[in-house]
Design a protein around this ligand. Sequence first.
Ligand code: FE
Length: 161
Amino acid sequence: MRKAHASTRATEVREISKPDEQWRQELTPLQYSVLRHAHTERPFTGEYVHNHQDGFYRCAGCGSKLFSSDAKFDSGTGWPSFDEPAVAEAVELRADNSLFMRRTEVVCRRCGGHLGHVFNDGPTETGDRYCINSCSLDFEPATADQEQGDGETGQPGTARG
Ligand code: FE
């Protein structure tokens, strides 16, 4: 019952859409290359690889709530890994056949930012391993309210930038 299937329905028009030049100015060079050009940060370099705090991981591009610390596990790969998205509709999955591999790309539905890939070798009951670039995420530590289950606090990401 726990498994939250991410949607594979493609979205052409993004809720958050900006000219490339604006993304380049607003993001760090690494975030820009990962989020906007689907590059991959070097393993074991991201600040959230070993983060075990409670909270939510939002898209570094648009602030959309993507993953909960409840879904995070230690994959040993060097990238933050989750067994499901916090909100299924928040991420979009696309076939990625680049680099001579068949992979499934994970994209932020709201801004189209590249987050990472999802693999079906996850160790939990969902079977999924969302392998996500640290730099494409912004961690938001849980507040006392959220720990009591009132986790929906709107989408402050719209005020970013
Ligand atoms: Fe986003």
